[in-house]
Design a protein around this ligand. Structure first.
Ligand SMILES: [Zn+2]
Ligand SMILES: [Zn+2]
Length: 252
């Protein structure tokens, strides 16, 4: 069989996506991409998959289709900690996300908010972002860190090479490597090449993710794939749960 890119991160109507699972699968196949469905699984995200029982029902539904069975879990929400091992094994792969980060004073900041707390500098924000990333990589048994460069919209307007110091990049890469967590090349929140190259050079596995919610977005991984190739990663090294296994235990 010829190699196919895997879209490890796409949403369906189980959470905030516009397409049914069948439509995600069909669209990905039309685009020559191996599909997965990785809906939000959290008590603090736009989803109905918000309890251990709902997770079972979600997995029962996905099992009816030829799709990889993923899930996007919020690090800051405790639901991922509550799933029994037998449930976890039913996922082909799991994605962890920093939708909220923990600030130095212990409070939480939702990264989709444009207004930063009073007095929080971009440097302090990024310190909190990377500290949260380190905690996620150390304690969350996921296969992929979704959109590693997702930060408040205010900060997304800045030059990422200044927002991210090389020391912060190095810390993020070391944490992912130590945790065995792949770095997602998100088509939605695109990482800058310097960080991607640093991750690849350090031996962190890269993963393709459309983070698609609509017909135009789902399974569109062309730019992430081009980015992976541009930093010298062979196609067959891009994360594929069926090829590389998963921390869920699905393939042992
Ligand atoms: Zn996300
Ligand atoms: Zn997502």
């Amino acid at each position: 069989m010829t190699w196919q890119p895997v879209d490890c991160h796409a949403h369906s109507t189980h959470s905030d996506g516009a397409l049914s699972v069948a439509e995600v699968a069909e669209l990905a196949r039309d685009r020559g991409v191996r599909p997965s469905v990785s809906d939000h699984i959290s008590r603090d995200a736009p989803t109905v998959v918000d309890s251990p029982r709902a997770v079972e029902a979600y997995l029962d539904d996905l099992a009816q289709y030829d799709v990889l069975r993923g899930g996007e879990f919020c690090w800051h929400d405790a639901l991922w900690r509550e799933l029994p091992r037998a449930t976890v094994r039913r996922f082909t792969h799991r994605v962890g996300s920093l939708h909220s980060i923990r600030l130095a004073n212990g409070s939480w900041f939702r990264v989709f908010h444009r207004d930063l707390p009073a007095g929080l500098t971009s440097g302090a924000y990024m310190e909190a972002h990377v500290s949260s990333l380190e905690a996620l990589a150390a304690e969350m048994p996921v296969d992929i860190l979704a959109h590693p460069t997702l930060v408040s919209p205010t900060l997304r307007e800045l030059d990422p090479h200044e927002l991210w110091t090389e020391a912060l990049e190095e810390r993020a890469v070391r944490a992912l490597l130590a945790g065995g967590v792949a770095f997602e090349l998100s088509n939605r929140y695109r990482p800058h090449e310097r960080l991607v190259r640093r991750a690849a050079d350090a031996g962190v596995r890269l993963s393709l993710g459309s983070d698609g919610h609509s017909r135009a977005q789902v399974a569109d991984v062309a730019l992430p794939l081009a980015l992976a190739r541009s930093v010298g990663v062979p196609d067959g090294e891009l994360y594929d749960p069926e090829r590389h296994g998963s921390r869920t235990g699905a393939f042992v």
